[in-house]
Design a protein around this ligand. Structure first.
Ligand SMILES: Nc1ncnc2c1ncn2[C@@H]1O[C@H](COP(=O)(O)OP(=O)(O)OP(=O)(O)O)[C@@H](O)[C@H]1O
Length: 330
């Protein structure tokens, strides 16, 4: 990984609806570096998918990007303003520079087309390549994720769930993209298969050097996979930092709750505890810190002051109690 930014997101804000909009993503800024794996974690409804569909410009009404900027810095050429780019340019960039893998492989794979034919379509849309060569390439790509090349002739329903998911990842790799966004790409498969897929993904990432944004509700899964982690709550980033630091020494009580609500895959076993309460209603967010009604450490001010995300040495949190400002004072 180098410190070379490939994606620069600043102040991104996304709302659903217009009459009485709900703000699912609220003023989010982050930078993705070339070859980096950035994990985005948070409970269901925290805005992870909304954020990444907006970043990749796959947002659909009633979602509306109401503020911010998203700049993509290609390997070659000038930076591209993804929010201002015409549809034609966005279509050219998709698959080629920026690929997305969704939760359900069925979203990516057309059930009435042979799996290989879908690779051929993507390859021929972006590369000067003959049909025969494209089929060959489809077989090679499937083999890269551990599926025999001759299975390219199969239909998606002839694949197991794990194979479909691996095929969706192979399809994302087809045009050698610089960025791959993955939205819970392994939730539909069992844990053993999940670990196989993630292991292979890491090998491919090391080989080809693409950057990954990996979205999940499962923080423990990101510890091994990601370089950096961003924790989302109610549409905002509440903590960000190196993966190991976030997992070992979380600052925000929500991150701690998220960590302790999944079984430990690494290190000493610990008691699994669910975070009390439920995710807030975006139409009626608690005043102050949105997490305060559920926070075991809440204190005076948490219900009135909304803490900004403050970062020191690459580790940042938005918490009155544990933020860097507090630590410096103590
Ligand atoms: N089409 C929509 N119309 C209105 N609100 C929506 C729509 N899609 C999502 N939302 C709302 O936006 C908020 C963020 O949802 P989003 O799917 O981005 O969260 P998430 O963290 O990705 O959750 P999950 O892990 O369940 O996918 C939620 O409150 C959700 O109800």
């Amino acid at each position: 990984m180098t410190a070379d930014p490939i994606l620069d997101v600043a102040g991104l804000t996304v709302e659903y609806g217009t009459d009485r909009p709900s703000r699912a993503v609220d003023d989010i800024s982050f930078r993705l570096h070339r070859g980096e794996i950035l994990g985005v974690a948070g409970e269901s409804g925290s805005g992870k998918s909304t954020l990444m569909t907006a970043v990749t410009r796959l947002e659909r009404p009633p979602a509306r990007i109401v503020a911010g900027s998203v700049r993509y810095h290609p390997r070659d050429g000038e930076p591209v303003d993804l929010l201002g780019a015409p549809n034609r340019q966005l279509r050219e960039l998709r698959w080629d520079r920026l690929a997305v893998v969704f939760q359900s492989a069925m979203t990516a794979l057309n059930p009435v087309m042979r799996v290989g034919a879908q690779f051929v379509d993507v390859l021929r849309a972006h590369r000067r390549i003959g049909r025969k060569e494209a089929w060959q390439r489809a077989a090679e790509l499937l083999e890269m994720v551990g599926i025999p090349g001759d299975r390219a002739r199969n239909y998606p329903h002839e694949f197991s769930g794990g194979m479909r998911q691996r095929a969706a990842i192979a399809l994302a790799l087809a045009c050698d993209p610089e960025i791959i966004v993955m939205d819970e790409p392994t939730t539909a498969v069992d844990v053993v298969m999940q670990r196989q897929i993630l292991g292979r993904l890491q090998e491919l990432q090391a080989q080809f050097g693409f950057a990954i944004v990996f979205i999940t509700h499962d923080l423990s899964l990101l510890v091994e996979l990601a370089d950096r982690i961003m924790i989302m709550y109610a549409g905002r980033v509440v903590e960000t930092g190196a993966a190991a630091t976030i997992y070992r020494d979380p600052l925000h009580p929500y991150t701690l709750g998220l960590r302790d609500s999944s079984p430990s895959l690494h290190g000493r076993p610990r008691t699994v505890r669910a975070i009390g309460g439920s995710a807030p209603d975006l139409w009626d967010l608690p005043k102050g810190c949105a997490f305060h009604p559920r926070c075991p450490r809440r204190t005076d001010g948490c219900d009135t002051v909304r803490p900004p995300l403050l970062t020191v040495g690459g580790h940042g949190t938005a918490c009155l109690l544990t933020g860097p400002a507090t630590q410096e004072q103590s």
